[in-house]
Design a protein around this ligand. Sequence first.
Ligand SMILES: *Cc1c(COP(=O)(O)O)cnc(C)c1O
Length: 447
Amino acid sequence: MTAAPRNRLLRTQIPGPNSVLAHRRTAAAVSAGVGIGLPVYVTRAGGGVLVDVDGNQLIDFGSGIAVTTVGNAAPRVVAAVADQAANFTHTCFMVTPYEGYVAVCEQLNTLTPGGHEKRSMLCNSGAEAVENAIKIARYATGRPAVVTFDHAYHGRTNLALALTAKARPYKDGFGPFAGEVYRAPMAYPLRWPGGAQACAEQAFAAFVDLVESQVGASRTAAVMVEPIQGEGGFIVPAVGWLRRVAEWCRKHGILLIADEIQTGFCRTGDWFAAEHEQVVPDLVATAKGIAGGLPLAAVTGRAEVMDAVSPGGLGGTYGGNPIACAAALAAIETMIDEDLCGRARQVERLFRPRLEDLRRRYGVIGEVRGRGAMLAVELVTGADDLTPNPMLTAAVNARCHRAGLVTLTCGTYGNVFRFLPPLDAPDTVLEEGLGIFEAALHGAQAR
Ligand SMILES: *Cc1c(COP(=O)(O)O)cnc(C)c1O
């Protein structure tokens, strides 16, 4: 086994001829409904570099959507997975349990915000964690309604889609969706009609008004919120808004569910993004960065809430698979030993000044935002015109891809570049990637 190389190298056009051939097989074999951002076919990855079937080495600013925080082949994860696979791959925790599952729950109960007594349950994907958090909240409170926000993304299963905001491509044509889901405005400072200064207060007031006038606080089981929105555009809510929502929920017996699926596990410079505003959610949904690339997800929450559910009410055949649990324990150990929260803050110190500089030099960056190694720029039409600019975003993205930089876009209006580098990437790789992004922005603008 050899580690992936630590530099960019282009041997062919991107995508190269072997990737083009592989992509023909995809078109013939894989549902067209599975969209692909950049069709280069990967053979090896790590240290912020992806190697493809043509021998190209691309820089990775996406981490497979915030998953490979510890790297794509972190040594401890690789060893733990191999060991566990050789011992046993599955028994089903609900049939004959094993200690890896318990150890992951113990870690989650310790690492998530708040010193109260907690319990966890494990499942396979973020959407499943979201669904389970809502099941638990409804069961524990005996209430039906759930409130979510504009620009929210909570996954692609039916209830998760009911919570997700964006129509295309996620919801259009896939309904009808689960009921008793209500949507409040998001405290989105850049686009708040009353201005960024008034955003926290007015968005909080609008939230309270929605719950009181359209839902009923005493019918509301939970509020589901991403402490920093992911897919919706890396929207960092106005400071103070989340705390006020959390306090109001507590007063009314409404459970606050933090969807930390994208923000969790060191990504934002803390273990969880809710910590930044000292918010303690009642339930936390996790996935993505939890297990170094293996499929695992969890719900962690107040013991009395999590234990309210009757035995057999939660579970699933694969939930907390032993290999995924071994990977999670190794990933968490890596995050602690290598201080990856500190590394995420370093990444912000490297990226933010460069992105702010671009904002000053080019009139098309409406805002630089995010936290830690979860950063974004929102592209607009001009310095005095905040109209979203998805065309420019797509053009810059295509240029980055051709130059061997894997970038991801997001946002309700498709005009946000998100930067999610793996935290095992050295500064040299990150700096080269930033240089490519700048050249792409420059080149796409000059046209
Ligand atoms: C990715 C994501 C999900 C869904 O996770 P899957 O594992 O794709 O089901 C839910 N919430 C947030 C915030 C996400 O980023």
